[in-house]
Design a protein around this ligand. Sequence first.
Ligand code: ZN
Length: 480
Amino acid sequence: MSQKVVIESVQIRGAAPYLGMCVASDGRQIPLYSTNPDIVMRWLCDGWRCRYNQLRSRRTKWDKNLGMSIPLGGKPDMRSDRQVRLECSWFAAIPAMVLQSPNRIENTDWWSANKRRKTLKKKHRNPGMTPRFKKRRDDLYFVCWHNKGANANYRQLNRRHGEVVITGQNPGAYRLDGQRCRYSIHIRVRVSQPIRDYTSVDVNWTRRTLVFVNDPLPIGRERTGAMVGLDRGCVHTLATSDNRFIDLPKDRLNHIDKEIRRRQKAQARRIAMSGETVKQYRRHASRTYERTGREISRLYAKAHRIIDDWQHKTTSMLVREYDLIVLEDLNLQGMSRKAKAKPDPDRPGAFLPNGQSAKRELNRSLRAASLAGIVGKLEYKTRLTGRNRLIFVNPAYTSQTCSKCGHCAKENRESQADFECRQCHARMNADLNAANNILKRGLNHLLGLDEAGHAETEPDAQPAYRGKDASAMTCETSTR
Ligand SMILES: [Zn+2]
């Protein structure tokens, strides 16, 4: 968790940082200095990435043909921070808090990637390749440790603006006559809320953003005694058991979707007109094609930001309003996975229809709703308050069971939206009915009853919905 801000401008003060040696046209080596903010920031990013890759080169990968582990990049670079500073001139003036940070970051990256690959392998899914080196064409990026005020100090300038100052000094041998040795890089940022204590700053120079790495704010809240069951779906993103629908801003998202479609069509048209395959065309793709590609990824990023913002606002609201939140335990990955290909037994190499095209639309809307995101955010936010409880229940038949009398039949659900019980003839919205069932199941689970609400010990125990019993129960269970 962290706070992300936008970089507005960068200023270099004090000495001009020494950027390394450069070979002139006549073969002489000349030292390079610059006070151009763009050049200095690129130098920091390049240096950080270079050190990261040096550390990465010590890792090994398994070689099938040789039957042994070999270093990732051929020859491992075993030099220490001190040694590279002396041997590689472009490292000489990089602040220690920047040069040392890849040590830990590379380690975390490597092991988390390995863990992820292991889990994917266990699930019989494609684990992807061994993590490699950072490339120049990736985002320009560096990290500076704060280390309790050692560097990268933040200062509020006024209500909307602040400044992060990264300091460093030129090594003794490269000090210009009559100039100071210390330089400072003033990164002016726009802020919208107070910056909390942080451990490091991550600067992305390609996107001009800066991230303060810190802990999230604890969510202060009073106990409300309210409980809710949530039904997640495609038509309504969320339906609550107290008869509310909470939806994504669909109009805005659809508008973006349309824009993406329009550009994708244009790209496909260009490829089709050239009469080449996609791979062939992309080798000499026109500038317009490249630009459209960039526009598409920007639109996707925008849609993602809208969904993320909505998820944060919704989950915060839920956590603030309800003590108990019950969700269905959906296997989202399985639901949105591609349908398995069915080979045709009569014609080798051909396939029978497997319902993929019907499933595709569902997959798309499911992913768009990105239900998993809601769960992840609810999980950490309930942990933050320490007073909420989040439970998952079996989702089977929640949409076919009547929440009034408990009658379960396929015919109960007339269409996507309508529900009418064949036994007690209660009519309601199908999603709201499911949400009520989910809450019931959650309460039964807490009371130690089975799914249908039948008591295993006391025959007359009824699940308590609200009131004194309910709040007592929440108190007891929320102390976990
Ligand atoms: Zn009924």
